[in-house]
Design a protein around this ligand. Structure first.
Ligand code: BMA
Length: 371
């Protein structure tokens, strides 16, 4: 083989494998991140200067008034998809064919591919089951679940099998050129609260961090290099509290937080705005310092009980911040959850107002990030 051809082959192998060859200095935590994952990370930094992307959990999975996969309430209301689409993979670890919210994983794969093909961004959360009790993600019995999955502990091998199932799914996410689709993976979220088995009262900071690193290391060792890892506690009082269970800059690419509005009166709105501002300050400052992407990783007001909520509360709240995206929680399809929605569906009283908000120049939808 000619030396020059060999040289070109080696160079292109490197370009496909690592962020080291990119021409900007935004480095993903994974030194072997794929070229597409690196480009997405750099794109996020560029888009952050342009505005704040709208995200919606399970947007393409179903609508509030229809279980049909591919239904997007946001598209029906505004004419465009959100820039960021959230997915939930709870029960993938069990080898189930559908998520805990009854979204079939083969449909989810199609939705991820479709979102990526139109230039959208995919993010995933994981409400995995309790491996000790076999109960749900909210089953906090057996306060040693996190400890039990660590190397040498009783549930380690079984948990590794769970991670392998995740890796297998991630490795089926390919674009039309056969390249892996980069996806944001938001691990073990709201960990400073105590309602999931990995919560603050359920584990020590050391064990939590060890589980996070073990998860990321195992996925990387399994050949998964197209993930951007996102860290997202519930609201925090200050940066020290924010970082209490932070696994380290080499294990995180995106920093966010989850805060909801609880209550329907003026005080509830004021408290929500106060906490959101405080936490947007924390994550934007930390992101700036550490070279990460800041986000609002989960938010919303269940049932949106004010018609002009988006232009009167949300838009002014976001205005001063350089946050990459704000992800509103899901619009449940389940007939027994009629009030469980966080963005308007067609016909809801806040639909026009939401449409107005997303037409503002700094609020970015799918088309805005692709022209
Ligand atoms: C919660 C609710 C649940 C859902 C879970 C995981 O906040 O929406 O109905 O099962 O998220 O998506």
């Amino acid at each position: 083989m000619k030396k020059s051809i060999l040289f070109i082959m080696i160079c292109s192998a490197f370009m496909n494998m690592s962020c080291g060859t990119q021409d900007t200095d935004k480095k993903l935590s994974d030194p072997q991140a794929t070229k597409r994952a690196c480009s997405l990370y750099n794109r996020l930094f560029q888009l952050k200067d342009k505005g704040i992307m709208v995200g919606h959990q399970d947007d393409l999975a179903y609508g509030h008034q229809s279980y049909k996969p591919g239904t997007s309430d946001v598209k029906e209301v505004t004419g465009d998809y959100p820039a960021v689409t959230g997915w939930e993979i709870g029960h993938l670890e069990l080898g189930a064919d559908r998520s805990l919210d009854s979204v079939y994983f083969n449909k989810m794969r199609e939705g991820i591919i479709e979102t990526d093909a139109r230039g959208g961004i995919n993010t995933m959360s994981w409400h995995g089951d309790n491996i000790i009790t076999g109960g749900s993600t909210w089953d906090c019995k057996g306060n040693d679940v996190v400890h039990s999955v660590l190397p040498g502990q009783a549930k380690h091998e079984e948990f590794i099998q769970w991670l392998d199932r995740l890796a297998t799914f991630f490795n089926t996410l390919k674009d039309k050129n056969g390249e892996y689709i980069p996806v944001v993976f938001r691990l073990y979220h709201e960990h400073n609260s105590s309602w999931f088995w990995w919560g603050a009262e359920q584990s020590t900071p050391e064990d939590y961090i060890a589980m996070w690193r073990m998860t990321v290391d195992h996925l990387r060792e399994s050949g998964v290099h197209h993930l951007l890892f996102a860290y997202s506690p519930s609201g925090c009082t200050d940066e020290a509290a924010y970082l209490e269970r932070y696994p380290g800059d080499e294990y995180v690419d995106i920093v966010g937080f989850d805060i909801y509005q609880f209550g329907d009166d003026e005080t509830a709105i004021q408290n929500y705005c106060r906490d959101m501002k405080h936490n947007m300050d924390i994550v934007t400052k930390y992101a700036e310092k550490a070279g990460k992407i800041p986000t609002v990783s989960e938010t919303g007001w269940e049932g949106i009980k004010q018609a002009d909520y988006f232009t009167k509360v949300i838009a002014p709240l976001l205005e001063p911040y350089k946050i990459s995206w704000i992800l509103f929680w899901r619009n449940a399809w389940e007939p027994n959850k009629p009030g469980h929605f966080y963005l308007p569906y067609k016909g809801h009283e806040s639909a026009e107002d939401f449409k107005k908000m997303v037409s503002q120049p700094r609020i970015l939808m799918n088309q805005d990030i692709n022209n």
